[in-house]
Design a binder for this molecule. Structure first.
Ligand code: OGA
Ligand code: MN
Length: 304
């Protein structure tokens, strides 16, 4: 008598009362069915952060899966990605031979910036739609090195209504590097100029209309407002959004894939003993343009 294979079915389980969910029952290293991708896309818009365990990606399959969401960003060669231009940014404390880097290595110093709350590529004219981080080498459970996520959508919903009308009219200047970082070797003057852009302080998800604050470490100035006052307001808003009730902290297991919505979630790396434990994460980032068109054109899945 033959035994029917155990069929796996995509399931979504919330990880936090307000956002973040775990997706199970799907292998993303092989082409994903339209129905499964639709379920992932819907969950992404609803939950902002998706955790999918046990995905045995290499760079090629990670890139192929990422392209379901739209065109990928191409990283410029700089210390944040070990000078490797392309679709994969490597977040690691290891050198090319897999040995621990000294804490004062320029790449290590540059990656410390990830420990401030931020949203990826908010300093680009077309800010990122989402990032996908895959745990290739992760520190042992319990020693730190989590990635924290904050829902700036849940925070916006919880924010007192009194100032919301005022906030909605505000435009924020985002910069890749703070103006005072004159000696930051990671970016030259041309890049700093090109990577200074404007975005509204309040954005809405185009699928469900839910609004959120769009701030984080790159948000540095409010147009038409005194610089120090604007900076203070942005700092206060980021602090409001990152209160514990709006935070999901992800403890990594090897081969986790975490996808986050850069349009509304903030994130930060957390520290661990980088002289002792190895950590290597590969990131793909989907550019923000045209996704809404892309998915508007995507036919509804056929009824089963
Ligand atoms: C990133 C990032 C956080 C981490 O890859 O964009 O901020 O925990 N990473 O490595
Ligand atoms: Mn980041």
């Amino acid at each position: 008598m033959s035994v029917a294979p155990v069929s796996s079915r995509l399931q979504i389980k919330p990880l936090h009362p307000l956002f973040a969910a775990e997706v199970t029952g799907v292998d993303l290293t092989v082409p994903v069915s339209r129905d499964n991708f639709r379920a992932i896309w819907d969950a992404f818009n609803r939950f902002e952060v998706l955790v999918i365990r046990d995905q045995g990606f290499n760079d090629d399959t990670q890139i192929a899966f990422g392209k379901n969401f739209g065109p990928l960003e191409t990283m410029e060669a700089h210390p944040a990605n070990n000078f490797r231009p392309g679709h994969i940014a490597v977040m690691t404390n290891l050198d090319a031979n897999g040995n621990l880097l000294p804490l004062d290595d320029p790449g290590m110093l540059h990656r410390l910036r990830n420990e401030a709350w931020h949203t990826d590529s908010s300093f680009k004219p077309v800010a990122a739609l989402c990032s996908m981080l895959h745990g290739r080498i992760v520190p042992p459970v319990g020693v730190g090195g989590n990635t924290d996520f904050a829902s700036a959508r849940a925070a916006y919903a919880a924010y007192p209504d009194t100032r919301k009308a005022e906030f909605e009219g505000m435009t924020v200047i985002h910069r890749v590097a703070k103006p005072e970082d004159k000696n930051d070797p990671a970016y030259n003057a041309e890049q700093k100029k090109r990577l200074t852009v404007r975005h509204p302080l309040v954005r809405a998800n185009p699928v469900n209309g839910l609004k959120n604050f769009y701030a984080g470490a790159h948000a540095q100035q409010i147009e038409g407002m005194d610089e120090a006052k604007g900076y203070q307001l942005l700092t206060d808003i980021t602090a409001f959004c990152t209160q514990p009730q709006f935070v999901y902290s992800h403890q990594w297991l090897q081969h986790d894939l975490v996808i986050w919505d850069n349009r509304s979630a903030l994130h930060r790396a957390t520290t661990f003993d980088k002289t002792k434990y190895k950590r290597k994460m590969h990131r793909t980032t989907v550019a923000g343009a045209a996704q809404e068109e892309y998915f508007a054109q995507m036919p509804e899945p056929l009824a089963a």
